[in-house]
Design a protein around this ligand. Structure first.
Ligand SMILES: Cc1cc2nc3c(=O)[nH]c(=O)nc-3n(C[C@H](O)[C@H](O)[C@H](O)COP(=O)(O)OP(=O)(O)OC[C@H]3O[C@@H](n4cnc5c(N)ncnc54)[C@H](O)[C@@H]3O)c2cc1C
Length: 505
């Protein structure tokens, strides 16, 4: 392409959103021949949020498609592998035991005549085991300390699906280095002003320079510096459905003999929940809470008490969370990605995933020519759908609780009403198994009926199936047990995998 005709695409913001978008668009648009000059303006003075430490499994495909070396990425970000999330204390204790269930990334194994979930329900197996243990291999792998990979697994491959736990600051740095090596221009500057003409951003300014571009991407984090300059009152809050709006984070070192877990732990506390995310070098912890019910000091105190005496001296970091999303992610020549576009609380670790979706969608909507309004409308409709869909899935985790020890948990039961159609679906799922077509028509890209079932049945929201069970009900579970034994032979303990990874450097 004639360089004079090349369009300029400038991303303001150098967090995960800025660099993931840069690396992706550069790969799509500039691999064969250059179509866009891509710049990232990153403030040397304003830090990144730096707390997005767990991912969903689809992020693997993103990293793989970008041609990133998996081992290098894992070492550079002190990463561990993640096969799912263990939820603890989201319901009242059962027989004196803390209630817990696991949500693996794994797709469900097939049954023969009936699907495995129906067999599990008809066989009333909830009397003897957790749903995740009944139908997934991953639940058994983590019990034995095994990660998802076999000895001979190729990069980005494993026996069961997996994502990562990684250091968010190191990830942004790794992505930046990879993007710059691939030809993206990095400009260290702080934008202090934005000029708008005819509904488009005409330029952004620092104290010493001005930057023009055909397309601007706002990746400035919660403040949404560019998109807000184009239109205020463009935000839809999800506070009615998801009241947790603050977090306090503490990083703690591993003890010498600690073995990092290949799963995230999300534990219900008094007014929200706490995360535990094991990196190879340390554990990230934090309390996501309802700031209308707890002060930051109370939240920090509760988190410290929960972590135990060794956390007493560790530094805490307090964060505000703006939960919701833009009505219009794409306005004029500006698209908001990452926290600038929206945020759903991090219970299912979806921040990076939403960036991935935003960048991919952008790549199919952007072109060299003039952008038609119908293209923006299409992008905005899809992105809104992704966020609404995810909001419903996160609400599902709360609204099924039977906890009544605090007002927070008592009110959580009512949050289903904030998602159109969810109360009716919950009623339906008392009578029948949750299936794909119950959710079809939505925008589910990550969390489908299989994921819904892990949460529904983990939270004991079972249907009362009204038909006689046949003989074959036991068979899929016997087969699964055989498969678990085979997989345990092939996979390696997570700790061994991490050790080998470190030795390869
Ligand atoms: C408590 C919490 C926990 C989370 N946990 C997870 C998780 O487990 N998994 C997950 O996937 N996601 C998680 N997230 C979300 C995740 O952190 C974000 O989606 C991700 O880091 C992307 O952030 P960002 O790049 O949009 O914004 P930021 O990281 O805030 O980056 C903003 C960038 O914009 C730049 N900038 C800002 N203003 C200017 C300016 N005026 N001029 C120039 N540059 C500017 C900054 O320098 C910075 O580079 C969590 C979020 C929170 C709040």
């Amino acid at each position: 392409m004639n360089p004079d005709k090349m369009k300029t695409l400038t991303i303001v913001g150098g967090g995960a959103a800025g660099w993931m978008t840069a690396i992706y668009l550069n790969k799509v648009f500039n691999s064969q021949q250059p179509n866009f000059q891509i710049n990232v303006i990153e403030s040397p003075d304003i830090g990144i949020i730096g707390v997005g430490e767990a991912t969903v499994h689809s992020i693997r495909y993103f990293f793989a498609a970008m041609g990133l070396d998996e081992n290098e990425l894992l070492r550079a970000t002190h990463a561990t592998l993640k096969t799912g999330i263990m939820f603890r204390n989201w319901m009242k204790p059962v027989a004196g035991q803390v209630h817990q269930y696991f949500h693996p990334f794994e797709q469900q194994q097939l049954g023969q005549e009936l699907d495995m979930s129906s067999c599990w329900l008809l066989g009333a197996r909830y009397r003897q085991e957790r749903y995740d243990e009944g139908v997934s291999i991953s639940a058994h792998l983590i019990k034995q300390g095994h990660g998802p990979k076999a000895r001979q697994s190729a990069p980005y491959q494993a026996v069961v699906p997996y994502g990562y736990h990684l250091d968010a600051v190191l990830l942004a740095r790794f992505l930046r280095d990879s993007a710059v090596a691939a030809g993206v221009a990095h400009i260290a500057d702080t934008i202090v002003d934005v000029s708008v003409a005819d509904g488009n951003i005409s330029a952004v300014y620092s104290t010493t320079a001005s930057y023009q571009a055909d397309i601007f991407i706002d990746a400035t984090g919660f403040k949404g510096l560019l998109i807000e300059a184009l239109q205020q009152n463009n935000w839809q809050s999800f506070a009615d459905a998801l009241p947790c709006n603050k977090a306090v984070a503490i990083q703690r070192p591993h003890s010498d003999d600690y073995q990092p877990k290949p799963y995230t732990v999300a534990t219900g506390l008094s007014n929200g929940w706490a995360w535990q995310i094991d990196l190879s070098s340390r554990q990230g912890t934090g309390y996501v809470y309802d700031g209308n019910r707890l002060t930051p000091e109370q939240a920090e105190q509760e988190l410290r008490a929960w972590l135990g005496p060794e956390a007493a001296e560790l530094q805490a970091r307090h964060l505000e969370m703006k939960v919701g999303c833009r009505q219009q992610f794409w306005l004029g020549n500006c698209i908001a990605i990452g926290l600038a576009g929206g945020f759903i609380e991090p219970l299912e670790s979806t921040g990076l995933h939403l960036i991935n979706l935003g960048a991919r969608l952008l790549s199919t909507h952007l072109s060299q020519g003039t952008v038609a309004q119908t293209v923006r409308d299409s992008y905005n409709t899809a992105m809104n759908g992704f966020y609404q869909d995810l909001k419903q899935f996160i609400v599902l985790h709360y609204c099924l609780t039977d906890r009544d020890d605090t007002d927070f948990w008592r009110q959580a039961q009512a949050t289903a009403a904030s998602c159109a159609g969810l109360p009716e679906k919950l009623q339906l799922w008392r009578h029948k198994i949750c299936e794909y077509h119950d959710l079809a028509g939505g925008y589910a890209t990550t969390f489908t009926d299989e994921n819904y079932r892990y949460i529904l049945y983990g939270m004991q929201h079972y249907p009362a199936l009204q038909f006689q069970s046949g003989e074959g009900l036991q068979q899929p579970f016997t087969q699964l047990q055989h498969r678990v034994q085979q997989v345990l032979q092939r996979t390696v303990p997570h700790a061994d995998y991490l050790q080998q990874l470190a030795q390869q450097s």
